[in-house]
Design a protein around this ligand. Structure first.
Ligand code: V47
Length: 356
């Protein structure tokens, strides 16, 4: 009999799990029972559907004034390898992606100390005017806060202007781990967890939906993870604006934590399935195959995941930190992963409406 049987029974009966339940689940090694209940809940919420999207990532600049210890992507302005794409290059990438069938552009970058607010507004406006059919998911909550400082506007005004220019939704990055203690050690200059939640609340209030993430597998404790998930659940109770939760497996290479190990499959599956159990008000749990690997992403479809992101193309953040996954997958490869896991592949748009 599993030592977490009481918790799994609660979850299966639709009862909300608390902090102690979450920590006990992380202390358990009974991944098959935990995964089984997570899979049952996935099925209740999404049937046999497993979603994917045809998308493209555009990382417009790696120049960043916050040099977070876990990040291998950011550069100082004058440092070798620093880059900023110009508007023409960004637009060309966007047009090429749309011509190849992309329905979503995922646009994020570092916190550039000098680019003016208009640079960002113009990117969104130009893409939106040239390709009105593509959904622009751009700028993490951390970037939005930075842009509001650049523009000397409130977060509300900043979001309003970007939305009017064509911004469709916000990606879930930058959340990291909300724990103050961990943030002090890893990213002291970054927007706080409370700040991240405040920006997301404002976005949701303006009708902009978003995703949520959690970076795990570095120095955080199981309690930090559970607190993070509960904070997301509380905001979701309030706004209902989150679409998917995406656990992000830490990649140590070339980071300030390069002496640490990568995550193991056991931890990855635990985080995925426990997230499915704790986040009872999230519709979707997404496996980000770039970080998880294609094989484990496929397995995760039986551990609570109902979405394996998309074709992606040209991912830079995780590859800077040593990811060995490809930089893109074809639709054929994604559908094959899903089908061989026994699920029905469903192409979706950003807001989870079916495409075909
Ligand atoms: O914000 C940075 C994290 C995020 C590392 O919303 C790292 O649909 C692992 O947020 N190892 C970017 N992670 C990725 C992201 C994302 C990805 C896919 C879909 C969506 C979505 C969002 O990656 C960053 C940061 O939290 N990160 N460095 C690293 N070394």
């Amino acid at each position: 009999m599993s030592s977490v049987y009481d918790i799994l029974k609660k979850a299966e009966q639709g009862e909300r799990l608390n902090f102690e339940d979450g920590v006990r689940l992380f202390q358990s090694d009974d991944i098959l029972h935990i995964g089984h209940v997570a899979n049952t809940i996935r099925e209740r919420k999404n049937g046999n559907n497993a979603y994917y999207i045809i998308n493209r990532h555009i990382n417009y600049s790696n120049v960043c004034k916050n040099r977070c210890k876990f990040c291998a992507f950011g550069r100082d302005q004058e440092e070798a390898g620093a880059y900023v794409m110009d508007r023409k290059e960004i637009l060309e990438k966007a047009i090429a992606a749309v011509e190849e069938g992309a329905t979503e552009l995922h646009i994020v970058g570092g916190l550039h100390p000098e680019l003016p607010f208009n640079f960002y507004v113009n990117i969104i406006r130009e893409i939106h005017e040239t390709c009105p059919e593509v959904h622009i998911k751009a700028f993490t909550a951390v970037e939005i806060e930075h842009l509001s400082h650049r523009a000397q506007l409130s977060v509300r005004e900043t979001l309003k202007i970007l939305k009017e220019a064509g911004l469709g939704s916000l990606p879930g990055g930058g959340a990291e781990i909300f724990s103050l203690k961990v943030r002090e050690q890893l990213c002291p200059e970054k927007l706080s967890g409370e700040g991240w939640l405040r920006v997301m609340r404002e976005a949701h209030n303006q009708g902009l939906r978003s995703n949520a993430t959690m970076l795990y597998g570095h120095i955080e404790t199981p309690g930090d993870r559970v607190n993070h998930l509960i904070a997301l659940r509380e905001l979701q109770d309030e706004t209902g604006g989150f679409m998917a939760f995406i656990p992000l497996a830490f990649h140590p290479k070339n980071t300030g934590l390069s002496n640490r190990f990568s995550t193991t499959a056991m931890l990855d599956l635990k985080v995925i399935s426990i997230s499915r159990l704790l986040l009872d008000n999230f519709d979707h749990i997404k496996a980000y195959w770039i970080m998880l690997g294609t094989k484990l992403s496929q397995v995760s479809l039986s551990f609570g995941v109902d979405d394996i992101d998309g074709t992606i193309q040209e991912e830079k953040i995780t590859h800077a930190a040593g990811a060995e996954t490809p930089e893109a997958l074809s639709v054929h490869e994604i559908r094959r992963l899903i089908q061989e896991a026994g699920r029905d592949p469903r192409e979706r748009d950003t807001l989870y409406s079916p495409i075909k």
